[in-house]
Write a protein that binds this ligand. Structure first.
Ligand code: GLN
Length: 254
């Protein structure tokens, strides 16, 4: 894969031309990529993209690499999106959730936010490449501060930072290279989930849903936050690995 990237040739081409010498510039690029990989840098950053629900999502070290477990959030959201409804994706990062929703359903109107200008630029660039930019409006800002206070949505989606600050996983694998502000949700990992839930009821239309991704061991805590904020019913869905991954609640007050 790194050779494909360094030479800009397909795997098939490389195999068919196995006896050719690699030009020096390509070899230098390849060696550099191999060195970075050996130092642990994630493949997605080296290649500049990762696939999410069949879409090629451009990434850079300012955004979290899209994860397969987040497809669970998208599936659940699609099942609860009435025709032509308005959705907000809070902390969109690479834009994976917003882009997957827009691609699956051209009727949806989507607002996507991020506090990081670099992340928002990457998400916007991805939307352009995928031809989905007309369906999505982008807003810079932290959680609800990014949108006007009188705007109402049918669906609130977020995959916020939810790892606890001292979680040992942060110093292992891909997580070492990903933006800390996209991973860590305060001392207990729930700080951003709390901030999102706190502002959600005021931004949701009657019968609208909030869907939140969280850690495998945070389901009870997130359901508790949602119930305390008046959401009813509240439930949790598991991802393809069978882990509690998304909790949701319906806003049924006027
Ligand atoms: N699911 C990611 C992980 O555990 C974390 C993503 C997040 O904090 N939103 O690697």
């Amino acid at each position: 894969m790194l050779m494909e990237h360094a030479s800009d040739r397909s795997r098939t081409w490389l195999i068919a031309h196995g006896d050719e010498t690699v030009p020096a510039a390509q070899l230098a690029r390849f060696d550099q990529l191999v060195g970075r990989r050996q130092a642990g840098e994630p493949m997605a950053y080296l290649l500049g993209s990762r696939e999410f629900r069949g879409l090629r999502i451009g990434v850079n070290p300012a955004v979290l690499i899209p994860r397969p477990e987040t497809e669970c959030l998208v599936e659940a959201a699609l099942a609860r999106s009435p025709m032509g409804c308005h959705i907000i994706d809070l902390g969109t990062g690479s834009g994976a959730i917003a882009l997957a929703m827009a691609h699956a359903r051209p009727d949806l109107h989507i607002t996507a936010t991020d506090q990081s200008p670099q992340a928002l630029a990457q998400a916007q660039a991805n939307a352009k490449v995928l031809g989905l930019h007309r369906q999505i409006s982008w807003r810079l800002g932290r959680w609800w501060a990014a949108v006007p206070s009188d705007q109402r949505f049918d669906l609130v989606l977020s995959n916020p930072p939810y790892i606890a600050a001292l979680d040992p996983h942060l110093v292992q694998g891909d997580l070492r290279f990903e933006p800390r502000e996209a991973l860590v949700g305060g001392p207990d990992g729930l700080a951003d989930l709390r901030a999102i839930v706190a502002g959600a009821a005021a931004r949701l239309k009657h019968d609208g849903w909030i869907l939140l991704e969280h850690g495998f061991d945070q389901a009870a805590a997130v359901r508790q936050l949602l119930s305390a904020a008046g959401f009813d019913p509240v439930c949790t869905l598991s991802d393809l690995a069978g882990l509690d991954r998304v909790s949701l609640g319906r806003h049924n007050r006027p």
